[in-house]
Design a protein around this ligand. Structure first.
Ligand SMILES: [Zn+2]
Length: 353
């Protein structure tokens, strides 16, 4: 069946609205027939591997979406907060529930953008990535220095997944793998591997507030654009992910060896997208982000979310419709690339046949 995630009858409405990471995971698992056919696994409590090497933010709670109550009907096109879904979920492992591995990979893929990486003291330079969350989800070079540890975030979770499977914690094996796939997808995202064009930085070195606002605005505009396309069921995005994931599934080699080139390709796609939003959508788009403040007690991600609806109104306004073509084409490349990596990662975790 040619579902687009939000219309897949196997997934309860309580889990919606759906977000970009979930669409990514969904089309990648759909490309792997053997993964889709794996029998359900029993839901179990978190074995809590690796908490010493990988501290978890104090606000994080492992929710269990296998047990839900539907309470509302949010409008997907105007939903920007991962925490707000149509249902509420169990805070303790529900007894007697099982779930298919592919669904685990989809529904927990947004978890790393909730609280596990917030409010941590990881590095003295973490403010430049907007806090500890950005530090774990990005990795870029700027002025000869390197900021962020996203490649490590990925490898830690891939190793935790292995450890879980090797010790018969299959449910948590899939959950850790879902988290790992999140960081892997982030590394294919141009705004996670490059902060801003070098020439742009030099020209605007003094205006720190202005720079912070522009960088956040260009990044979030791209998020808003991509998510909206997924929710519209945009065919080229689906096809790119399915094709990429099939290629990754069948390709020889290992995700780790391909990571550096994957990151470099994403890096090269940054400037074109950055300048496209900056030059083509103009002051109107920046205006949507006028409330961004680098000195706010709120972290950058929370602040940008508040500007997303205004940004969506600008980007998808009739006046700008003809400008989406360029973004569509470059995003298809990005998604095919991410699909290859996720397809390769998931295939490596399938039971040997
Ligand atoms: Zn992320």
């Amino acid at each position: 069946m040619d579902y687009s995630l939000h219309d897949d009858p196997r997934l309860p409405a309580a889990w919606a609205p759906w977000f970009s990471h979930e669409y990514l995971a969904y089309f990648c698992v759909r490309a792997l027939d053997r993964l889709m056919a794996l029998p359900p696994v029993p839901v179990r409590p978190n074995p809590r591997f690796g908490e010493k090497i990988w501290p978890i933010g104090s606000k994080h709670i492992d929710v269990y979406k296998e047990s839900y109550q539907t309470h509302r009907q949010l409008d997907p096109l105007w939903s920007f907060d991962y925490k707000k879904r149509n249902g509420d979920f169990a805070l303790e492992p529900p007894a007697g529930k099982t779930i298919e591995p592919w669904k685990v990979l989809v529904i927990y893929s947004t978890e790393p953008d909730l609280y596990p990486d917030y409010d941590l003291v990881l590095h003295r330079n973490q403010k430049i990535t907007g806090g500890s969350h950005g530090w774990r989800h990005m990795r870029f070079r700027l002025l000869g220095m390197t900021f962020g540890i996203a490649p490590r975030s990925f490898s830690v979770h891939r190793d935790l997944a292995r450890l879980a499977f090797d010790s018969n914690h299959d449910y948590w094996g899939w959950r850790y793998l879902s988290r790992g796939a999140h960081y892997l997808a982030d590394l294919g995202h141009p705004f996670h591997v490059k902060a801003l064009p070098g020439s742009f930085l030099l020209k605007r070195m003094r205006a720190r507030h202005e720079l912070f606002k522009i960088v956040s605005a260009m990044h979030q505009s791209y998020e808003v654009y991509t998510e909206r396309r997924f929710r519209e069921g945009f065919e080229p995005f689906k096809e790119a992910l399915l094709r990429g994931a099939r290629e990754g599934r069948d390709a020889p080699g290992d995700v780790r060896d391909r990571l550096p080139a994957y990151i470099r390709r994403a890096e090269r796609r940054h400037n074109p997208i950055f300048y496209y939003f900056f030059d083509r959508f103009g002051p109107e788009l920046l205006e949507a982000f006028s409330r961004m403040d680098p000195d706010s007690p709120l972290d950058a991600a929370t602040q940008t979310n508040r500007c997303s609806a205004d940004a969506a109104r600008v980007i998808f306004s009739d006046a700008h419709r003809d400008k989406l073509d360029f973004l569509d084409r470059i995003t298809v490349e990005i998604l095919a690339d991410a699909g290859r990596m996720l397809g390769m990662l998931f295939a490596a975790f399938l039971p040997k046949s």
